[in-house]
Design a binder for this molecule. Structure first.
Ligand SMILES: O=C(O)CCC(=O)C(=O)O
Ligand SMILES: [Fe+2]
Length: 213
């Protein structure tokens, strides 16, 4: 009896799903009207979700390299991407659930739903993203939110005031949620720096409102 109960409890935790947000989200207020919300371990069954979404996984995510034109040269940015625009079916039902849960939780403060899902695959410590704000479109002039679910190897998200200043470092672990809010995209910058430590792959899933990128 006890054994069976424990077995079923363990199964529940291995299943891909979401823990509650209400009462479990911790806010850190930064300067200049920016803030960060953190909900460690939001996702359950993160191992299973990672194996579904990764390169060659059963979800069939079409991961591709990003080509960016810089100084008239096309350069490969060091990570793989797949961007899901609004209306596109997400590669796993839990991602649709996550988008609904985030839209519900932040409804009053954000005033609109999360709509798009950008996914990034950092294959190892050499993959990275340089300092930037998600400033395309409205995010350059208006407060907004970018919610990130992280699975796989923990990597550090670094944040600093735009133009320089003391940086903040937040390790994003397997199944964690972080939300950058307020003026964070225009008054602060963020990056996932390369690391020389032997780290495995990480997938980041970013939910954004319409027109934010
Ligand atoms: O890897 C992450 O979680 C951050 C990705 C990011 O900042 C972006 O793609 O705009
Ligand atoms: Fe970003």
């Amino acid at each position: 009896m006890t054994f069976a109960l424990q077995g079923s409890l363990l199964d529940q935790v291995d299943e891909v799903g979401l823990r509650p947000l209400a009462g479990a989200v911790q806010r850190t207020v930064l300067t200049r009207g920016a803030w960060l919300d953190l909900r460690p371990g939001w996702l359950t069954g993160a191992d299973e979700l990672f194996s579904r979404l990764t390169l060659g996984g059963p979800a069939g995510v079409e991961w591709h390299g990003e080509r960016r034109v810089m100084w008239d040269k096309e350069i490969e940015t060091p990570r793989l991407l797949r961007f899901y625009d609004e209306g596109e079916r997400l590669p796993d039902p839990v991602l649709t659930q996550a988008r609904v849960a985030l839209s519900d939780y932040y409804r009053d403060e954000l005033g609109e739903p999360f709509r798009t899902a950008g996914m990034c695959l950092y294959r190892d410590g050499r993959d990275s993203v340089a300092w930037h704000g998600d400033r395309e479109g409205r995010a350059s002039t208006q407060d907004t939110m970018v919610a990130i679910v992280s699975i796989g190897s923990p990597r550090a998200l670094h944040l600093r005031p735009a133009g320089g200043g003391e940086s903040v470092r937040q390790v994003l672990g397997h199944g964690d949620l972080i939300v950058m809010g307020g003026s964070c995209q225009r008054t602060w910058e963020h990056a996932i720096p390369k690391t020389a430590r032997p780290v495995g792959p990480r997938i980041s899933i970013q939910f954004r409102p319409r027109g934010v990128r």
